[in-house]
Design a protein around this ligand. Structure first.
Ligand SMILES: O=C(O)CCC(=O)C(=O)O
Ligand SMILES: [Fe+2]
Length: 236
């Protein structure tokens, strides 16, 4: 298990203009729908979470960040990033309650997208060597068209999408409170990655939200509900 080093180089030198406690932009002004194809889409809302630097500092201080393992072919290897989770669902009270700022994020997005985002994980990319490889999220195995939220705080990193096994088709560079929502068949038919970056300007976190219920997630955005979907014939 790795943890955040003491005297941490992870103190993020934030924007001068983004001080104060974090707050979602309930108006979703600036949200842009990017259609990847006729079944998959990404919503991108720059600067959606104000006060993200303060939240970054809070999470560095309170999150129980640890290095998880991932299976690569027959091997089990450590993921090149740290992740913090909570044993509770977003709205549960108790000792391991999800921080209020993350609850507020979940509440706002649940209202907007019509699913209950009850599970939260925070990934910490300590520097440019941390990354996540191309993948579709595992909820593709349990849900049809799951919605997956990431709110990026701290330094900007590249976030790429490609059709499964294909060439990069979309490059975003989220950070500083930017919202990315993947929807439609994104987890089934597309892959995403945060690649290593030699010149990453500092540490970054992604707050990721997923929903347990709504196994067949319509969201607000998949109107009309896609009629096409078949599980890809790959083992993963
Ligand atoms: O850090 C990100 O923006 C993406 C994280 C991700 O794809 C995941 O944890 O499944
Ligand atoms: Fe992912």
């Amino acid at each position: 298990m790795a943890s955040v080093p003491e005297a941490s180089p992870l103190a993020y030198q934030g924007s001068l203009f983004d001080g104060g406690p974090s707050a979602p932009d309930e108006s979703f002004t600036g949200l842009r729908r990017i259609d990847l194809d006729d079944r998959s889409w990404v919503d991108y809302c720059p600067g959606w979470l104000r006060g993200s630097d303060e939240l970054f500092a809070e999470l560095v201080g309170t999150g129980r960040f640890a290095q998880r393992t991932v299976h690569v072919y027959d091997n089990t290897v450590l993921e090149p990033r740290l992740t913090a989770g909570w044993s509770t669902a977003v709205d549960d009270e108790g000792a391991d309650a999800v921080p209020a700022a993350l609850r507020a994020v979940s509440k706002s997005l649940s209202a907007r997208y019509g699913v209950v985002f009850d599970r939260v994980w925070v990934n910490l990319y300590r520097d440019g060597r941390d990354s996540v490889a191309w993948h579709g999220d595992r909820n593709k195995n349990t849900h049809r068209n799951p919605l997956v939220v990431t709110v990026s705080i701290g330094a900007r990193r590249r976030f790429l999408l490609r059709p499964r096994g294909g060439k990069t088709a979309l490059e975003l560079r989220p950070g500083a409170g930017d919202l990315v929502v993947m929807g439609g068949a994104c987890q089934h038919e597309w892959e995403h990655t945060v690649p290593k970056e030699a010149r990453a300007p500092g540490p970054r976190m992604s707050i990721t939200l997923r929903h347990t219920a709504h196994l067949d997630a319509p969201g607000v955005a998949t109107e009309p509900l896609p009629t096409y979907w078949a599980p890809p014939p790959t083992a993963d």
